[in-house]
Ligand binder design. Structure first.
Ligand code: IVH
Length: 675
């Protein structure tokens, strides 16, 4: 690789990994298997190891993957919640052990061996014997406060017989049987299905309304503790935690050789499909707490533990067809239609193929024998074709030139891997998906409006855009299949109820390309009303912290489209919120701090800097006082800098300030730190 190609590859990998992290941690909707993700991550790690000059603090290898969800209050973990290094083979497990032996300068260890449960990590804090806080792992340093939701999980004690502060950590998960039953209920209600038990658990715990969480059958295994005195081993700690009332996996074992560890790894792998919950590996921990402390951690991973990850389960089947699904933004998504095959207890008949490049790279032809894998999680993947099995009757696949749903022309923008239908909202698929998005839980949250109903309303031409929802009557619904008096009334009421949703949800719900929940929030924070947002220039949009040129153009183009403006007018007439509610006091990692800016900043304007700190919960002051936490001094700073020095207020350079912000939330600085 030339240096240029190398740096391109590193950048592409980082972007891809960030995207997958976002889908996994924030949306709970991964599109690649864990195995595929690990492959990307390792490729990046290998390139960075070979070329250390390419490592930057923002690289996903340098920090845990979780992103902090913005809709819950942030919680700073008193002790970081680490993640685990992975081993995918006996050799890698041995390599880990060899490092441990070398560092600890001894060879005899006791290992605690536990299943790696596929759920989400949670921290439970107790004070004076009471559960005072439940928090997700987030990025490892700070997570989300989900206390009311955690309190709905039956097996988690609300009260324990220990007055000293204690933090119990473990995995919240959903059993396979509960997950399947939940999906059956969701399917019947026309709601989106969860891809796997882990996503179901994460989605259920991260509910704004704890009553929803209460309806979800969540469970918990404890696997770690902070602050329990008088313990010398991990195993002993877990026993003590169990005695306090926390569930621990009853078959945790302590063994004293790596051979025994390996035998247990193989045994778990063999039992995997018979366990009532999903596991994706085995966690091996050095049992002695003193040795754990000696070994310490590197970056995000403790040296004293490792996750042995099971290889993905594969099967061979036939690729019967490749179909195209058209997404909300017009993307043509190829889907593999497979001869149904059982993989690890699940029947697989479809798999995503992402895009045509992937189809070409894997040399897939319709009629091919293919290898399909499930990594105990997410959507099944086609690994490759088996060309030796070809009969000569296989046919190559070509992406269509016209949308298979509406017939509009298909385009492939330069530099993008995807093709798009140009039909916009005249394409039934895009219209249906955009209405589903508008009604979805994170947008306008219209209960009782499932996917099947949307399709039917569109097909009967009862709705041609999202605003038409607000004109639907009970009588009209009674003519639609599945609706009876009560259900029709419920839907009309739910639609009317959604008029109260915030402007932020509305902006997100409009489905503007590139505008997710976070960006919608930034837009509303800056413009406060639909009118001001609709009439913003590209330059005004680019000035919003976090918005880069691509997003700004996309927002501008959306509002320049007369059809979109007409829909917004209809929404206004229907009585939706077109201005922001009174702003709530910002809560964030810089809460309680006050920043004063002085002098000329090089990389952003002062209002932008002030907006950034207030977004993170701090105040932006105008005068330096004893209460000022930091003064950020740019070029030619004058009297405020002197005053800060006199009062002993810490002074930061612009670079130091940016560095601080980027460690808190690197995404904040996108498009801002233009040097
Ligand atoms: S110990 C310092 N034990 O795996 C070690 N983690 O990649 C912290 N997990 O975030 C984790 N089962 O969500 C540990 N028996 C187990 C586990 C386990 C599942 C998850 C956990 C963690 C992730 C690490």
């Amino acid at each position: 690789m030339t240096p240029h190609e190398l740096s391109r590859r590193v950048q592409d990998l980082r972007r891809e990994i960030e995207e997958h992290n976002y889908r996994y941690y924030v949306l709970s909707q991964p599109v690649v298997t864990d195995a595929e993700f690990d492959r990307l991550f390792r490729e990046l790690q290998a390139l960075e190891t070979a070329h250390p000059e390419l490592v930057t603090p923002e690289s996903p290898t340098q920090r845990p993957g979780g992103q902090v969800e913005t809709t819950f209050a942030p919680v700073r973990h008193q002790v970081p919640m680490l993640s685990l290094a992975n081993a995918f083979s006996l050799e890698e497990l041995e390599a880990w052990y060899a490092r441990v032996v070398k560092l600890a300068e001894r060879t005899a260890f006791r290992f605690c061996v536990e299943p790696k449960i596929d759920g989400l990590a949670i921290s439970l804090r107790y004070e004076e014997g009471r559960l005072v806080q439940g928090a997700t792992r987030g990025d490892g340093m700070s997570g989300e406060d989900v206390t009311p939701n955690v309190r709905t999980i039956d097996v988690i004690p609300h009260q324990i017989s220990l007055a000293k502060p204690l933090e119990v950590r473990g995995e919240v998960y959903m059993s396979i049987a509960d997950f399947e039953a939940l999906n059956v209920r969701r399917g019947e209600a026309g709601e989106a299905l969860f891809a796997n038990p882990r996503n179901a658990a994460a989605g259920s715990l991260r509910q704004q309304d704890p009553r929803v969480t209460r309806e979800r059958p969540l469970k918990f295994w404890a696997y770690g503790v902070v602050g329990l005195e008088g313990q010398t081993s991990h195993y002993g700690t877990l026993q003590a935690v169990q005695a306090l009332g926390f569930p621990i996996w009853p078959e945790i074992e302590v063994v004293d050789s790596l051979d025994a560890v390996w035998n247990l790894c193989r045994a778990y792998e063999a039992r995997r499909s018979t366990l009532p919950f999903e596991i994706d590996g085995v966690v091996v921990k050095i049992d002695s707490l003193r040795e754990q402390e000696e070994l310490g951690a590197v970056g995000r991973e403790p040296r004293w533990a490792i996750a042995f990850k099971f290889p993905p389960i594969q099967a061979t089947t036939k690729l019967c067809d490749i179909q195209i699904q058209v997404g909300r933004t017009g993307t043509l998504n190829p889907v593999a239609v497979l001869e149904p095959v059982e993989i690890g207890g699940v029947t697989v008949s479809k798999a995503t193929l992402h895009n045509e490049e992937e189809i070409a790279r894997k040399d897939l032809r319709i009629g091919d024998t293919v290898i399909v894998q499930r990594a105990g999680d997410v959507i099944p993947q086609v690994v490759k074709s088996v060309p030796e099995k070809r009969t000569g009757h296989e046919t190559a696949f070509h992406m269509p030139e016209h949308c298979p749903v509406c017939g509009s022309l298909v385009v492939k923008p330069d530099g993008l891997a995807m093709r798009y239908c140009t039909g916009g909202l005249s394409c039934r698929a895009q219209l249906v998906e955009s209405i589903k998005h508008f009604a979805s839980r994170r947008a306008m949250d219209i209960e009782h409006l499932g996917g099947k109903t949307v399709e039917e309303l569109v097909d009967r031409q009862m709705i041609k855009d999202v605003a038409d929802l607000y004109g639907i009557t009970r009588e009209q619904l009674l003519g639609v299949a599945r609706f009876a008096e009560k259900s029709a009334e419920n839907l009309v009421a739910a639609i009317a109820d959604s008029k109260k949703q915030s402007l932020k949800r509305l902006v997100f719900g409009l489905g503007i390309h590139e505008v997710g929940e976070q960006t919608a929030g930034w837009l509303v924070d800056r413009f406060h009303s639909m009118d001001r947002l609709m009439n913003a220039t590209v330059d005004e949009l680019k000035d919003v912290p976090g918005l880069g040129p691509v997003v700004s153009e996309s927002v501008f183009d959306f509002f320049a489209e007369p059809h979109n403006r007409a829909v917004i007018e209809k929404l206004r007439d229907a009585g939706l919120r077109m201005a922001e509610e009174a702003p709530a006091a910002a809560d964030g990692p810089l809460k309680g701090l006050e920043y004063v800016f002085t002098g000329r900043l090089e990389r952003m304007t002062r209002p932008t800097a002030e907006a950034l700190v207030s977004r993170l919960g701090a105040k932006a002051g105008s005068a330096v006082t004893k209460k000022t936490s930091f003064v950020v001094a740019g070029e030619e700073a004058g009297s405020k800098l002197e005053k800060a020095q006199k009062l002993g207020v810490p002074v930061l350079t612009e670079d130091e300030f940016l560095e601080r912000l980027s460690t808190l939330d690197p995404s904040l600085l996108e498009g801002v730190a233009r040097s």
